[in-house]
Write a protein that binds this ligand. Structure first.
Ligand code: GLY
Length: 411
């Protein structure tokens, strides 16, 4: 550690930091950055800070177009984060000198057949009930906005408030912002949470380094559910949900190919095309419950290209520059787990599922508040990390172990 502390620690030794963040994806990084800005001494453990799901994500800030039935509470947090984005990006760029590719371009969600159209009409009705702004357009108006769309497009929803950011640039800028704010990076995997006298006290890293901290934040994305040493009753129920994503390049002669994000549900599968200002075109994404598998498959690439081609036939002319798969950190209700757990000293910032990039600004603010005050701000209370906590196992009493009848009665 390059910093030391004179404050004492429940384990008996000195702290190596006020806060140890486990995980250096965008959620861990923004938590570390915001906490350091509040004057906390922050350490972060990750073998490759700036990596994780954000290196694969398309970066849609799609609070309105990705609204789903039953997720109205999550919508509030998504909108709160979307509103923060312009100021967040301005602050991050001022702090680092790095452009994060924020583009206030809007989104067009289109329908190719009667079923897709009915689905979009339902979504439009839900958006309207939730007080959101979206406009229904006929097929011709969709093509007027985006001339590369297929002639068969039957109609669509214009959502001018759903924008995009480049998640790779965002992650890189957050690494720089953390470095400049004094966050100490430990480039190793956290192997085990340490718990002393029923309190989280730090972590042991894969290289043997022992880090101690007054508070630990578990922000390891889909890996958050499998860190050794975390008591089972507070282990977050986060699972990996695979997404395959393609990157194409729009040569200058073809620009502007698309001027906004274009998306659709084709035969029940989501497909989106996200055009960057620098000519990159991101096409995503599959959604597969396959555990830790990150194989790029012929079938995944084929289906994405087939569906994207139905929307925008001209994509077959573009160079395909990358195919990659990442793991979304899925939670049981598709919403993040934030703030204190039942284990003193341990907080969570994980389970962001499809919305990690969108929720980055609000997560940073919420976690900085929770780390400095011990409580979540009102807007984040529904996302308390405690909502899935299970009861700790009952201690085995002497009576239960010595009286065979005790077992028989419960058999
Ligand atoms: N939010 C886009 C996705 O998860 O694919």
């Amino acid at each position: 550690m390059s910093r030391t502390s004179d404050s004492s620690h429940p384990s008996g030794g000195p702290h190596t930091a006020d806060v140890l963040v486990i995980g250096g994806g965008i959620i861990g990084l923004v938590t570390a950055w915001r906490a350091a800005q509040r004057g906390l001494r922050v350490a972060l453990a990750d073998p490759a800070p700036g990596g994780g799901a954000a290196r694969v994500a398309a970066g849609m800030l799609a609070a309105v177009t990705e609204l789903h039935y039953g997720e109205e509470t999550l919508l509030g947090l998504n909108l709160a984060s979307a509103r923060r984005y312009p100021d967040f990006v301005a602050e991050l760029t001022a702090a680092t000198g790095q452009d994060v590719g924020y583009r206030a371009c809007g989104t067009l969600a289109v329908a190719l057949d009667a079923d897709d159209r009915a689905h979009l009409r339902e979504l439009h009705a839900l958006q309207t009930r939730c007080g959101l702004t979206s406009e229904w357009l006929g097929g011709r108006d969709c093509r007027r906005l985006e001339p590369m769309l297929a002639p068969g497009v039957r109609g669509g929803l214009r959502v001018d408030g759903d924008h995009q950011v480049d998640p790779r640039r965002l992650a890189d800028a957050l690494v720089t912002a953390c470095e400049r704010a004094g966050v100490v990076f430990h480039r190793a995997l956290a192997a085990r949470l340490t718990v002393v006298r029923d309190r989280a006290t730090g972590a042991v890293l894969g290289d043997g380094t022992v880090l101690t901290a007054a508070q630990v934040v578990l922000a390891a994305g889909s890996l958050s559910g499998r860190l050794d040493g975390v008591p089972p009753e507070v282990l977050p129920p986060v699972r990996p949900v695979k997404g395959q994503v393609l990157r194409l390049r729009v040569p200058p002669a073809y620009a502007p190919f698309l001027s906004r994000t274009v998306r659709a549900v084709v035969r029940g599968s989501q497909v989106y095309l996200v055009p960057r200002a620098d000519g990159e075109l991101v096409v995503g994404a599959t959604s597969e419950e396959l555990g830790w598998d990150t194989t790029v498959t012929a079938g995944g690439v084929y289906e994405l290209l087939r569906d994207a081609h139905e929307l925008v036939p001209g994509i077959t002319e573009l160079p395909l520059t990358e195919t990659r798969a990442g793991l979304r950190p899925g939670s049981p209700d598709n919403a993040p787990l934030l703030g204190p757990t039942a284990l003193p000293g341990l907080q969570l910032a994980t389970g962001h599922y499809r919305n990690g990039v969108l929720l980055t600004p609000v997560t940073g603010d919420v976690m900085a508040e929770a780390l400095t005050t011990g409580a979540l701000p009102d807007e984040a209370r529904p996302f308390t990390a405690r909502r899935f906590a299970t009861a700790p196992p009952k201690p085995v009493t002497a009576a239960a172990t010595t009286h065979p009848t005790a077992h028989l009665e419960h058999a």
